[in-house]
Design a binder for this molecule. Structure first.
Ligand code: FMN
Length: 105
């Protein structure tokens, strides 16, 4: 018997340019304040991973991340204005991709 979700439009894949999302369920951006010194370390990643395990196709992270040095963190945002964040992003992406979930910041 066909599972009910097989016909649910919300559960159908969606391709945007080269990226195919496995369904139309996403988590929108918010400041989780789970960073460590403005880096997305283990606690931050695991928070997003738990949501990915729930079946999200896309997870937005980062809240209002910082880039410019004259616009510093005021509520525990990520600092994406330094290369120090790159290894965190790599580990984070691998962790979330394991669940078939895409990320955007
Ligand atoms: C960069 C960015 C940061 C956001 N940060 C928060 C946040 O910290 N808390 C929050 O409730 N919503 C935040 N939002 C808004 C939510 O992601 C979401 O769009 C909003 O709650 C509306 O949800 P709805 O479209 O389901 O009604 C943020 C949105 C963006 C684009």
């Amino acid at each position: 018997m066909t599972k009910p979700q097989a016909k649910d439009p919300l559960m159908q894949p969606l391709t945007i340019r080269g990226l195919t999302l496995k369904n139309r369920v996403m988590s929108t951006s918010h400041a989780s304040a789970m960073d460590d010194n403005n880096m997305p370390a283990l606690r931050y990643q695991r928070y997003y991973e738990e949501k990915a395990k729930g079946g999200l196709a896309l997870t937005m992270f980062g809240g209002s991340s910082n880039i410019a040095p004259d616009s510093p963190s005021v509520f525990n945002q990520l600092n994406a204005g330094t290369d120090e964040i790159i290894p965190y992003f790599q580990e984070f992406a691998e962790r979330i991709h394991q669940h078939g979930t895409a990320l955007m910041c």
